[in-house]
Design a protein around this ligand. Structure first.
Ligand SMILES: Nc1ncnc2c1ncn2[C@@H]1O[C@H](COP(=O)(O)OP(=O)(O)OP(=O)(O)O)[C@@H](O)[C@H]1O
Ligand SMILES: [Mg+2]
Length: 384
């Protein structure tokens, strides 16, 4: 902002602009000039960067031209949405009279302020989610909360006694924007902490979606009927040793140990990558669903024309009637707990084992759960 320039030296339009900007200093000011909304000075630099616009200049009475950029008025909504989604507040300064009829400078003023919680552009909003604006009125005895979704008309009011309960309410509504009174700002509520919490929830959700997409792709891959297994002769004992080794750090965090019992250098003809996916999921489940401080065991037994692998762990018992269902896609015993699993791991494992002409079954009794994978030797047929 050209603070060092005497305001009288500027053109009348620029004086009007700066006067409006002074009142909306925390916003990017979209200033209507004919068919465009123009931005000047720092606002222009920010908008040019964030919206990929060309930065130009406008003569405004100063020696140097004022940095300027603009967007056509008919396309303004998409630009507003972009800025708001990046956390900016935008003030729209409109022409309040017809420029053709105006005597002298056209009157302009801010007619709308767009923020994340007041954005009415439906295309920009997630359909499945409310767009809440939450406001907090902090008093020494009570905290008033009101929540509005201006796109649907939903409105709620409540009162809580302390900051912990306020935190719960904020987490419940996941507002796009929060406004508060000054007393709240000095209340000691850790806004940064809340931001961190928000971020970690978003991250966990994104991670879960990413896993889901990965697993979907994998399911789609294995559902192809003419899938061919890439057979090779592998050292099954080594593969399992490696797996246990890689899991050790996460197991340790939960105080778990893993004991592998297998014949020395047990060789097997199979699709190593795909079988590894099966073993990985079984061990991951054993880790996820084990009680802390217990032992997981993996036993490999060769008998005649087949090899059997048993993954056992100590945790909650899976009810007998659910033992078949856990191999179904998306089936989870306890969907409320945690956000990690998608209920696809065992479905994928079953498909891979079946492709190898093998079998996978589960047993669970008195806190001991055992998954048994039986594979024929030689496993499946390379002609598959
Ligand atoms: N070792 C185990 N002990 C107890 N329950 C288990 C065990 N393994 C699986 N389950 C139950 O079976 C359900 C399905 O397991 P599956 O591996 O298919 O999915 P998931 O672990 O929930 O998610 P992901 O797709 O990430 O593997 C689990 O949600 C869990 O309830
Ligand atoms: Mg799993």
């Amino acid at each position: 902002m050209p603070e060092q320039i005497p305001i009288e030296d500027l053109t009348p339009m620029m004086q009007q602009y700066l006067e409006t900007k002074r009142q909306y200093a925390d916003c990017i000011l979209f200033y209507r000039l004919g068919d465009f909304y123009e931005m000047f000075f720092e606002d222009a630099q920010t908008a040019a960067r964030e919206l990929d616009l060309t930065l130009t200049g406008k003569a405004c009475g100063m020696e140097e031209r004022a940095p300027m950029c603009g967007v056509p008025y008919h396309a303004v909504e998409s630009y507003l949405t972009k800025l708001v989604s990046k956390g900016y507040k935008v003030a729209i300064g409109e022409q309040l009279e017809d420029p053709k009829q105006a005597k002298g400078l056209v009157k302009r003023d801010v007619v709308r302020i767009v923020t994340p919680g007041t954005n009415l552009n439906l295309q920009s909003l997630e359909e499945s989610k409310n767009n809440y604006l939450l406001s907090i009125a902090f008093t020494p005895t009570k905290i008033g909360i009101s929540v509005a979704d201006v796109t649907t008309g939903d409105y709620y009011l409540t009162e809580v006694e302390d900051l912990k309960k306020l935190n719960d309410e904020v987490m419940k509504y996941e507002p796009s924007e929060i406004i508060c009174n000054e007393a709240f700002l000095v209340s000691g509520f850790q806004v940064e902490e809340l931001r961190e919490k928000y971020l970690s929830i978003s991250l966990a959700k994104a991670k879960r979606l990413e896993n889901l997409i990965d697993e979907f792709l994998e399911i789609a891959k294995y559902n192809l009927t003419n899938i061919t297994l890439q057979y090779s002769e592998i050292n099954l004992t080594r593969l399992l040793e490696q797996l246990v080794y890689e899991f050790r750090p996460v197991l340790e965090k939960k105080g778990l140990t893993c004991r592998l019992t297998a014949p020395e250098d047990m060789m097997l003809k199979c699709d190593a990558d795909k079988l590894q996916r099966v073993f990985d999921n079984l061990l991951r489940n054993a880790w996820a669903y084990s009680y802390e401080g217990t032992q997981i065991s993996i036993e490999v037994r060769e008998s005649g024309d087949h090899v059997e692998l048993r993954f056992s762990n100590h945790g909650g018992t899976i009810p007998a009637e659910k033992l078949e269902r856990i191999f179904e896609q998306f089936y989870r015993l306890d969907p409320e707990r945690g956000t990690e699993g998608s209920g696809l791991g065992l479905a994928i494992a079953k498909q891979i084992v079946t492709l190898h002409k093998g079998e996978i079954t589960a047993l669970s009794r008195e806190g001991l759960t055992v998954f048994a994978v039986t594979l024929p030797i030689p496993c499946g047929s390379p002609a598959l």
